[in-house]
Design a protein around this ligand. Structure first.
Ligand SMILES: Nc1nc2c(ncn2[C@@H]2O[C@H](COP(=O)(O)OP(=O)(O)OP(=O)(O)O)[C@@H](O)[C@H]2O)c(=O)[nH]1
Length: 772
């Protein structure tokens, strides 16, 4: 690699690094938006109908030996079948391929941002459909966090100038022998029995101040070469024991060693270009824990060298690994070892290549450079030409095609993330548009009801007030008329009382007075009853108005509607009786203290009954008696005396006066009961007038009526208000949701464009890949 290529590669690293940071920021932004503003709409049902097919047709018949090998969507592994199949050399015409030789995702699918793929195996959309939006948002948030973590590792990988080569494969495939052959020294123990229990990272001693040393590392995350507390130094000759027996104690061995090769051209570790680490790993099918660790480590690895035992071909574990690693890395360096032990080499070669064609199409497409049939064991004894070719190809792949080995996987992952982002952004723009349309339609459909409610509220308010006003008016009018009439006819009330005679006149008068008072009381109670009846009627009318209001509560929205309070039981109209009105107390203060007086028995105003007096007087004085008053009679007599003689006139006058006196006395005595009734009724009426008896009761009952009806009116208005508020609350909620949907529509549209721009930029990083 010359300096121009170095510069180009450095430029690509820098650009990819920047775009990965941009991708990470985008993921974080989506996560934030998903959590706080709009739970990202995830097309679960659609995806369930279109489950991802991670395995090619031929491979789907294979039994999966380990459930932990289910592809993790955080890796580049979760790629749809169409993508990988299109990448085979002899496959479908590559009409959709990018000019860089790899294909964009099918836009109708998701890869890295796809949620748990296993869901689609459990009844499809039903299971997915049962997931709530919030659960999906949470799952999606977790997936975003995983992707972000993965992008972080890619960023670190791109920024790291060194290259890491993972040597992996089945047990006893000859991995350790291969690593030894590559460094030209028998450092790692090799045995027919499984012997590599730990990851062994072989590095050039120059990275450890030129000191050959083994660091047994308990925790790889905290390892620091310059901090002895983070590792245990192991003598070189103890390597075999440590590798075999310390898998519980150490996570990894760091083996700093010198390459025996004389020139930098020949040495992979000491190459003069970049620092290379060769990582020997435990056999794939040894245990699932180690296998899982291996999968997890892929994201730190630049090149995967997969060692296949030529005698066994690809085992199930090997196939699983290759399928996934192939998607992650796109290109896998495959070494078919122990080829010396194969008799029919061409047949073996054909069969293995056929397997590779399905397992890693891109690798197969470049099989000349990437698939090698060697014997590491033989090469240790004497240099072999196939091995040298393989070594040179690996060197070229690692050092000269660093874009392909180091940057392409990161670029590929970023492209997948950005393609998924565009897909989800478009889905969410559509979902937001649908939401806006739905809300608009709900608002439009609800408008007539809302307007009707407002109209009904004001109309009912007016009606209720009218019921109240008319009831009060009716009570005032009725009470005034009724009590005025009662007072006017008070005298008639006592007519039915039998007059016991002059000797019982006093008790008769008492009886008359009591009867009048009782009658007044009765009539006031009558007014109370009428009031009660009127209130009851008003309540019935208001109840009918409330019934109309209740009928406005649409059954569809009843569960959302704010419950309207029922009539208060204590306010039930049927329970309002006259006795429940404010206690009358005394119907009149004046009547409480009324006493009989002497004047109640003497009536000096005889004029009003003169007719009766004349009927019992002498007929001679008829002409005189025709007059209206005693005084006028006397004047008439005086006038007559002037025309008659004096003695005649005097006699006539005396006689007449005697007759009148006797008649008057007789009349007074005989009409005493009438006098008492009249006098008492007049006095009582006057007293009632003086204290404003009628007005007082009219006012009292009007106030009581208002007090009894007003709460019902308020209640009715309050219920209407609650309904209107509930409706307005719903409308405000719709408007708020519509605003959120509108914001999201804009946000996701911008996100789609941002992701598209970023994807274009990421894609351009590889436009000049041949140079690197
Ligand atoms: N015939 C032949 N035998 C080989 C070759 N490479 C390795 N072996 C032998 O295969 C056996 C296993 O070799 P290792 O290098 O230990 O294999 P490994 O894959 O590292 O084994 P584990 O780490 O235990 O999984 C040893 O006995 C080697 O001598 C080869 O090219 N040809």
């Amino acid at each position: 690699m010359n300096s121009t290529q170095d510069q180009l590669f450095a430029d690509k690293c820098r650009r990819l690094h920047t775009y990965l940071l941009g991708t990470k920021a985008l993921l974080r932004e989506i996560g934030e938006y998903n959590r706080t503003k709009w739970p990202v709409h995830y097309p679960l049902t659609r995806l369930a109908q279109n489950p991802p097919q991670t395995y090619p047709a031929q491979a789907t018949t294979l039994r999966r030996s380990n459930s932990m090998l289910i592809p993790d969507a955080t890796s580049e592994a979760a790629e749809p079948l169409q993508l990988r199949r299109a990448q085979t050399a002899e496959d479908i015409p590559d009409s959709n391929s990018s000019s860089d030789g790899w294909r964009l995702l099918d836009p109708s699918d998701l890869s890295v941002l796809r949620l748990d793929l296993r869901l689609s195996n459990h009844g499809g959309s039903d299971v997915m459909g049962s997931l709530e939006e919030s659960s999906i948002a949470r799952l999606f948030d977790e997936r975003l966090a995983q992707c972000e973590g993965h992008v972080d590792k890619l960023i670190a990988r791109v920024a790291d100038r060194s290259s890491k080569i993972l040597v992996t494969g089945d047990l006893n495939a000859g991995k350790s022998t291969l690593v030894n052959a590559l460094i030209g020294r028998e450092i790692l123990p090799s045995d027919q029995q499984p012997c590599t229990m730990l990851f062994c990272e072989v590095l050039d001693a120059s990275l450890n101040s030129d000191v050959e040393e083994i660091h047994a590392v308990p925790s790889i995350d905290t390892y620091d070469r310059q901090d002895p507390a983070t590792f245990v130094a192991v003598p070189m000759h103890d390597l075999e024991d440590v590798v075999m027996d310390n898998e519980e104690r150490f996570q990894q061995l760091k083996i700093y060693t010198r390459d025996n090769r004389a020139s930098e051209q020949a040495s992979l570790l000491h190459n003069g270009v970049v620092n290379v680490a060769l990582i020997d790993s435990p056999g794939l099918n040894r245990d699932s824990l180690k296998t899982t660790q291996l999968f997890a480590r892929q994201e730190e690895i630049d090149v995967v060298v997969f060692v296949v035992n030529a005698e066994n071909h690809f085992t199930l574990s090997g196939q699983d690994f290759l399928l996934n690693a192939g998607n992650e890395k796109a290109h896998i360096f495959i070494v078919v070892n122990r080829f010396d032990a194969i008799r029919r080499k061409d047949r073996c070669e054909r069969m293995i290549l056929d397997q590779i064609r399905h397992l890693s199409p891109l690798t197969y497409a470049e099989r000349e450079d990437l698939v090698h049939f060697v014997s590491a064991h033989e090469h240790m004894a004497a240099d072999s030409e196939p091995f040298a070719r393989m070594e040179s190809a690996l060197r070229s792949f690692t050092l000269e095609q660093r874009f392909k080995s180091k940057l392409a996987p990161a670029q590929r992952y970023a492209m997948n993330v950005l393609a998924d982002t565009q897909y989800l952004a478009a889905e969410n723009v559509a979902a937001a548009t649908r939401r806006i349309q739905e809300i608009n339609s709900v608002l439009r459909d609800g408008m007539p009801r809302y307007e009707a409610l407002l109209n009904r509220r004001s109309e009912t308010g007016r009606c209720a007030e009218a019921v109240l006003d008319s009831s009060c008016l009716e009570i005032r009018r009725h009470t005034t008329a009724h009590l005025t009439n009662t007072a006017f006819h008070l005298q008639d009330v006592a007519e039915k009382i039998t007059y016991p005679g002059l000797l019982s006149l006093w008790s008769y008068a008492e009886n008359v007075l009591l009867t009048m008072v009782r009658h007044l009381e009765h009539e006031v109670s009558e007014c109370d009853r009428f009031t009660s009846f009127t209130i009851h009627q008003a309540h019935t009318q208001l109840d009918a108005l409330d019934e109309q209001r209740r009928s406005l509560d649409s059954p569809v929205s009843s569960e959302e509607a704010t419950p309207v309070e029922p009539w208060d039981a204590t306010m039930d109209s049927s329970s309002v009786t006259a006795s429940q009105l404010a206690p009358i107390g005394s119907i009149s203060n004046a009547l409480d203290t009324v006493q009989l007086e002497l004047s109640d028995f003497i009536d000096l105003d005889l004029g009003h009954n003169w007719g009766m007096l004349t009927s019992i007087s002498a007929s001679a004085s008829l002409s005189l008696l025709a007059s209206n008053s005693m005084a006028s009679n006397m004047l008439t007599l005086l006038r007559l005396s002037s025309t008659m003689g004096a003695s005649t006139a005097r006699r006539l006058m005396v006689t007449t006066a005697a007759l009148i006196g006797m008649g008057s006395l007789f009349y007074m005595v005989s009409d005493m009961d009438t006098t008492v009734r009249r006098k008492l009724s007049v006095r009582v009426t006057l007293m009632l007038e003086e204290e404003g008896f009628v007005a007082h009761h009219a006012e009292r009952l009007t106030t009581e009526t208002s007090r009894a009806i007003r709460p019902f009116v308020w209640h009715l208005q309050h219920n209407f208000q609650r309904m209107v508020e509930a409706e307005e609350h719903k409308r405000a909620d719709h408007l708020r949701r519509r605003r959120t949907a509108q914001d999201s529509q804009i946000y996701f549209d911008e996100l789609r464009i941002k992701a598209q721009d970023l994807a274009n930029a990421v894609r351009l990083v590889s436009s000049d890949s041949t140079l690197c």
